[in-house]
Design a protein. Structure first.
Length: 240
């Protein structure tokens, strides 16, 4: 499937203009930053504390920024009946999805960088941390795309994000109950739990394999959900 950077860029600019005019959505960017200031000064040197604090802030950021903004951008297209017109343009599926995801990717990366700087977190492995953040942004963008495709209005898109916020932010803490309730072991494989595990990695002598395991689990989620979002978009095109 061919990809036109020019068409994707045009969609990026269009979404940026719409996003900048929609203060109800753009104001969401300040919440993770305010939350990071709330936790600023906390000791992130001990194992467990960093996952509890930074993991909470990052997972909330992925949900209320990455997934929420992406879902709203797509739902807004559907609410205005412009998604159909966009689908009928010469732009391919990948042109549209990349163009609509690029803005969310940039916004998420900037906000997460600011949050990490405010909290003063220094990862044991910078490449593993950056890779986990990139995979997670793509993953939550795909989740937002799926939510947006199932929503008819901005209000519906907002409501879809609420259970996501609960599931992804609470999963790492639910996984702590695995000793008492083995059924909760499944929560250890949720991407948010793997991110917390990676954040808690403070030993620089860890092997590459130990760092790769959480990254591969997050990547697997990313690939699967991205494929689902593409299939749903194409099905939406046929249904229309």
């Amino acid at each position: 499937m061919s990809i036109s950077l020019k068409r994707a860029g045009a969609i990026f600019v269009k979404d940026y203009k719409e996003f900048s005019r929609n203060y109800a959505i753009s104001i969401m960017l300040i919440f993770p930053i305010l939350l990071s200031f709330l936790f600023k000064g906390q000791d992130l040197s001990s194992v467990g504390t960093v996952g509890l604090i930074l993991g909470l802030v990052l997972n909330i950021s992925f949900t209320i920024i990455t997934s929420f903004v992406q879902a709203c951008l797509i739902a807004e297209e559907k609410e205005r009946n412009t998604l159909r017109s966009l689908m009928m343009t010469p732009a391919t599926t990948m042109d549209v999805l990349i163009g609509k995801s690029a803005l969310v990717f940039v916004i998420s990366a900037v906000v997460l960088a600011i949050v990490t700087y405010i909290l003063g977190y220094k990862p044991a492995s910078i490449w593993a941390f950056v890779a986990a953040i990139i995979f997670s942004i793509i993953l939550y963008t795909a989740v937002g795309t799926i939510c947006g495709l199932f929503s008819k209005t901005l209000l519906e898109a907002s409501l879809f994000v609420i259970p996501l916020l609960f599931v992804f932010t609470s999963a790492p803490y639910g996984a702590l109950l695995v000793k008492d309730f083995p059924i909760f072991k499944v929560l250890e494989y949720v991407p948010s739990s793997q991110l917390v595990y990676l954040l808690d990695t403070r030993n620089i002598s860890l092997t590459t394999g130990e760092l790769l395991k959480p990254l591969l689990i997050i990547l697997a989620w990313t690939v699967v959900l991205t494929m689902v979002s593409v299939v749903l978009y194409q099905r939406r095109l046929k249904d229309e």
